[in-house]
Design a protein around this ligand. Structure first.
Ligand SMILES: Cc1cc2nc3c(=O)[nH]c(=O)nc-3n(C[C@H](O)[C@H](O)[C@H](O)COP(=O)(O)O)c2cc1C
Length: 189
């Protein structure tokens, strides 16, 4: 099959459907007490114990806050929160108090020095355990590796039964339709 040869950086960025997540870090300079940003470059590194990595550009206000407080929460947005999500992913926390502007409600975390987002059905409280940088490659992002020390779920919420937002390149979409069961789809009916 003929394929187009494209720039690896651009193709990597454009080739995945990713789930945008709300990252919350303590920020004493804010009236609300925390800053919120969006990251879709988020990956699971281990299931037991649960370890998650978040790739952030050094320019992000959130980047400095994670270095300082060494903790963050990862919050799953619902489709109804799209406007607030896009606001948190576009505005700079150095300039605005995004919790105040969006009406997103911060609740104190239990396992870390930080906050969770009340409206989000799932909150993962992460303690920073490693920071990966690749200066020799001039890498654009820092990988903050966090151990999930507390996880919360709204009662009755099941990810399988609720839609989630995905981003492909610069578009928001709904994951929408169920196509099959993982590990079983190959079986004969
Ligand atoms: C859908 C979406 C996904 C994003 N994913 C990332 C990401 O993975 N890493 C990153 O550094 N910035 C990402 N951003 C950009 C930041 O969220 C954005 O620059 C934000 O304003 C940073 O806020 P802060 O300066 O308050 O930390 C994303 C933005 C959007 C809208």
């Amino acid at each position: 099959m003929m394929k187009d040869l494209l720039s690896p950086a651009r193709t990597t960025m454009e080739s995945f459907a990713l789930c945008p997540l709300l990252i919350v870090v303590r920020d004493d300079a804010k009236e609300s007490g925390a800053n919120i940003c969006v990251a879709s470059y988020v990956g699971v590194l281990s299931e037991t114990p649960p370890i998650i990595g978040v790739a952030l550009r050094p320019q992000r206000h959130t980047h400095g806050l994670i270095e300082r407080f060494r903790a963050f929460s990862i919050n799953l947005p619902e489709p109804s929160m799209l406007k607030a999500l896009d606001f948190c992913g576009s505005k700079k926390g150095i300039q605005v108090d995004k919790a105040g502007e969006t009406g997103l409600v911060l609740t104190p975390a239990v396992g870390i020095d930080g906050f969770n987002l009340d409206q989000c059905p799932i909150n993962l409280e992460c303690q920073l355990i490693q920071t990966l940088t690749f200066p020799e490659l001039g890498a654009s992002h820092t990988y903050f590796v966090g151990r999930v020390v507390r996880a919360w779920r709204r009662p009755g919420y099941e990810l399988d039964r609720n839609d989630v937002i995905v981003t492909t390149n610069y578009t928001y979409r709904l994951a929408a339709e169920k196509m099959g069961e993982a590990y079983k789809s190959w079986r004969k009916e």
